[in-house]
Write a protein that binds this ligand. Structure first.
Ligand code: SAM
Length: 334
């Protein structure tokens, strides 16, 4: 007999347990270019032909997407809603669907979570799979970082004291948008993005797109192994610690300390956990993504990050939030 007081939680459990159904429908539609096909209305038969698919699967998928509100169905014709036309048609300036491509990169490994918890993450390394070998997959990943980080980059810059900052190093800067936002706040700043070669091809696309040529340059390097050079007033590590072990994070923070000018500061921006390690919930759930997709990464807490900074020699810490699940810590080199 189900207790009345439990029925709400049972509904939640069933919804969470089957959450991958709707997730897979949306991800598959993006992979199959369904939204590109439905800029003009089409029958299921016409969509199947366009995407090189079978009629049965195409029709079932189209009806589910209609039920989920991403497309409309009138008589036998399907077409995009205004939302999907704006955000899910590839190649449009307003396209926000790269994240769906990125989730497709990860979801097969998520299916192995039981084995990963039992046996460890083995050799699953997102970086090795894509970032060092596959330019197209790297572009999907870095486009996702750009699309998801547009607002956060502006919020972070608005919360930082950038007075007197001239030289910035953006370690694992990806598309470079956090540097762009700092430059927009303080036009004196010149920034360097240190990242892997395939990523930097995409960085250069965004430097051009955002008119940052001459203000942002790039250096190829591995952030755990290579030297960061010297002469920076601010070093940013945004969303890079979580894919690494605490030992490698310490290495990166030590390198940053050496590369900074006296009086310079390090800024760590991350999905930060509270000391209980389960709040905020998004940061705890993101940590499972790191368990699945990296060898030794995880979400870290503000106190773990601050203690790495202390060990490197940083002082005068300040921290704050950027979103519900992300926050920053600033430390100074005296
Ligand atoms: C999650 S993204 C963060 C991008 C950006 N900093 C942001 O906050 O949106 C991680 C970045 O680290 C880079 N990266 C991963 N492994 C690296 C390595 N070993 N050396 C240098 N960069 C690396 C990736 O190419 C990517 O740009």
């Amino acid at each position: 007999m189900i207790a009345k007081s439990d029925s709400k939680k049972i509904v939640q459990m069933i919804e969470e347990g089957s959450g991958f159904w709707t997730s897979s429908i949306l991800i598959a539609a993006n992979q199959l270019d369904i939204f590109d096909a439905l800029s003009l209305k089409k029958t299921a038969q016409e969509v199947a032909k366009k995407i090189n698919g079978k009629l049965r699967g195409t029709e079932i998928l189209l009806n589910a997407l209609t039920a989920m509100g991403y497309i409309k169905k009138v008589n036998e014709f399907y077409m995009n809603t205004p939302f999907s036309e704006k955000y899910l048609v590839k190649g449009k300036e307003t396209y926000m669907g790269s994240a769906l491509g990125h989730y497709y990169q990860m979801w097969k490994d998520w299916g192995n979570l039981v084995d990963i918890v039992k046996n460890g993450s083995g050799d699953i390394q997102f970086e090795k799979k894509f970032l060092e070998t596959d330019a197209n997959q790297t572009e999907v990943f870095i486009d996702t970082m750009y699309q998801l980080g547009q607002q956060d980059s502006v919020t972070l810059a608005s919360k930082l004291d950038l007075k007197g900052v001239k030289r910035v190093l953006d370690v694992g800067g990806g598309p470079g948008h956090y540097s762009f936002a700092m430059i927009e706040k303080n036009p004196q700043i010149r920034a360097t993005v240190l990242d892997l070669p395939l990523t930097l091809r995409v960085t250069k696309k965004y430097i051009k797109k955002r008119n940052m040529t001459g203000k942002v340059d790039t250096i190829e390097g591995d952030f755990t192994k290579d030297d960061y050079r010297k002469g920076y007033d601010l070093i940013l590590l945004s969303h890079v610690l979580h894919s690494n072990s605490l030992k490698d994070c310490q290495k990166m923070i030590n390198k940053s300390y050496r590369a900074l000018n006296g009086g310079g500061r390090i800024v760590i921006h991350e999905f930060v956990l509270n000391d209980d390690k389960f709040t905020p919930p998004d940061a705890a759930i993101f940590s499972v993504n790191m368990l699945v997709n990296t060898k030794e990464g995880a979400s870290y807490s503000i106190s773990e990050i601050t203690s790495l900074l202390k060990s490197a020699g940083f002082k005068n810490f300040r921290h704050g939030r950027v979103t519900e699940r992300s926050g920053f810590v600033v430390g100074y080199k005296e």
